[in-house]
Design a protein around this ligand. Structure first.
Ligand SMILES: Cc1ncc(C[n+]2csc(CCOP(=O)(O)OP(=O)(O)O)c2C)c(N)n1
Ligand code: SF4
Length: 341
């Protein structure tokens, strides 16, 4: 009789020490139909390269499901399953639980198998947020939820999501003569919210595929630490953001260098800024003006200088007044002995 196991075994996934150490094997390969320059497709490729062949991928409806699994074909080399738009949390948890049951009953050999459930910003930050939150409380199962954030419901033609940046032109927020800025809300802080609200979750991180090795190493850490984990990736999208596809990589870097997308990880409740973000926070490099990022994208083409100044002021506030830049949205006066109003 198979020995009872408390949880499924964890893989040993050491960080890659430089790009030359990254294996050549691909588990997300040719044949998909994403747009030229799609950074989310790169995220899929790097995510599963980091995880390796013993991986099950679960895809929430959206570009990364639809474009990658056209009828009778797929670019996934590993097993994958489609899951409903708001169900990445439930799918990750359910699959991890099923694997554990099959291993306990001796129907599968007891071995590390990675479970990764991915979702877009619409599926993850809007309608699927409650399922992700619930999943992150189930510490007895090992799986990763990766939110790939192209800042719109891209697959259904670029509608506004809870992660669309202030003022961006989407099909739900076209600039007009009566209102130049139709979308006036600031982007939700999903990774910060999930890290702060789920004390039993051992790993939450933000990543950007422009920094590929760092991104893959965060995936490896998330999969090997144990329990449910969450990664939020910012993915430039040439179609929705309206720019030349060759700029994808540069836009990812600019989002980080302008301080709009801080790179950080929360590992066992300890927060660490990493990469360029750490350099900026420690004063080793300067934040670039957000103008450099905004002017390269057609979705901000209607911005006036005042709009750019407003955007800059919001990002400055995040860096100068928040307890952790871009992460903990409480003004730092609270830590200086002053209670909030
Ligand atoms: C419950 C539900 N509502 C609406 C849809 C239609 N739909 C399919 S993909 C999609 C957009 C998903 O956006 P996002 O999660 O941001 O992923 P992206 O398309 O940007 O990759 C929508 C609304 C659906 N499949 N299920
Ligand atoms: S619309 Fe954007 S996210 Fe979707 S496939 Fe094209 S580039 Fe990728």
């Amino acid at each position: 009789m198979a020995e009872a196991i408390a949880t499924t075994p964890l893989p040993t996934l050491e960080p890659f020490k430089g790009v030359k150490k990254v294996p050549l094997g691909e588990y997300f390969t040719s044949g998909h139909r994403t747009c030229q320059g799609c950074e989310s497709a790169l995220v899929m490729r790097l995510m599963v390269k980091a995880a390796g062949p013993r991986t099950i991928v679960l895809g929430s409806t959206g570009c990364m499901y639809v474009a990658n699994t056209t009828y009778y074909s797929t670019s996934w080399v590993v097993p994958w399953m489609h899951t409903q738009l708001g169900s990445s949390g439930s799918a990750g948890l359910g699959t991890a639980a099923a694997l554990r049951a099959l291993m306990r009953k001796g129907k599968l050999p007891t071995e590390p198998i990675n479970v990764i459930a991915f979702c877009g910003d619409g599926g993850g930050a809007d309608m699927g947020l409650s399922a992700i939150s619930a999943a992150l409380t189930h510490t007895e199962y090992n799986f990763l939820i990766l939110l790939y954030d192209n800042e719109s419901y891209a697959n259904t033609d670029i509608q506004l999501s809870g992660l669309t940046p202030y003022g961006a032109h989407t099909t739900f927020s076209p600039p007009g003569t009566a209102k130049r800025i139709l979308h006036q809300r600031w982007k939700k802080n999903v990774a910060g919210m999930l890290a702060a609200g789920h004390p039993s979750c051992r790993y939450v991180a933000t990543v950007c595929a422009s920094y590929a090795v760092e991104m893959m190493n965060r995936v490896r850490k998330a999969l090997s630490i144990g329990g449910p984990t969450f990664i939020h990736s910012l993915d430039p999208c040439p179609k929705g953001w309206d720019y030349d596809p060759m700029l994808s990589h540069e836009l990812g870097e600019l989002a980080v260098e302008c301080g709009i997308w801080p790179l950080y990880e929360v590992e066992d409740h300890k927060l660490k800024l990493y990469g360029r973000t750490k350099g900026i926070a420690q004063g080793r490099s300067k934040r670039r003006p957000v103008r450099d990022y905004l002017v390269r994208q057609g979705r901000f083409a209607h911005f006036t200088d005042d709009d750019i100044d407003y955007f800059q002021a919001k990002v400055d506030e995040m860096w100068e007044r928040w307890i952790i830049p871009g992460v903990i949205p409480f003004a730092s006066e609270i830590t200086n002995g002053r209670s909030p109003d």
